[in-house]
Design a protein around this ligand. Sequence first.
Ligand SMILES: Cc1cc2nc3c(=O)[nH]c(=O)nc-3n(C[C@H](O)[C@H](O)[C@H](O)COP(=O)(O)O)c2cc1C
Length: 182
Amino acid sequence: MTLDDFAALVRARRTNMQVQADREVPGELVEQLCALAQWAPNHKRTWPWRFCLVTTGREAFGNRIADTLAARGEEAEKVAKTRRKYLRTPALLVVGSAGGDSTLRTAENRDAVAAGVQNILLGATAAGLASYWSSCPKGANEVAAELCGFTADTQIVAIIYLGWQADTAVTPQRPAVQLNTL
Ligand SMILES: Cc1cc2nc3c(=O)[nH]c(=O)nc-3n(C[C@H](O)[C@H](O)[C@H](O)COP(=O)(O)O)c2cc1C
């Protein structure tokens, strides 16, 4: 692969939810993407990535998170949206980062997981999947981790919407690179 090939892949990735609604995303393919995440750099080799594929459980997942937001006093419109939003793609991949044995290690774990998420997104793009990195709703980390079978110290780094791409998304322009030298 040349640098130009790689640059084309990087630039082809878009935060995109325009998917074929009824076409299943195979679990084996998602497992391959998770394996790519685990090739990200990881200080002290703590292997902090945690994964949960949500397909048939999307509605229940949304409802539990919505209930948590409602209990926290979140406004009704946001709660109602949360109940439905995870149904927008056939698959969700929840990616968590295990806590470390110090504040620094916990932060480094999260960096390794974020790097791994980009590997997942690039792999998804190469496979023809649309992908969309979304954050865990504020206040819902605990319930999301529990639903996903993660330990309580796990931070949810991404809830990735996945589906077979139906259309391309608009490309937000990037600022010019500012590379200082000394
Ligand atoms: C840590 C992180 C969290 C994100 N969370 C959200 C989110 O909750 N909702 C959302 O619409 N986009 C989210 N995004 C996606 C960004 O909005 C998106 O990357 C940005 O608009 C640039 O678009 P592009 O990825 O197509 O270049 C998140 C991205 C990152 C890196």
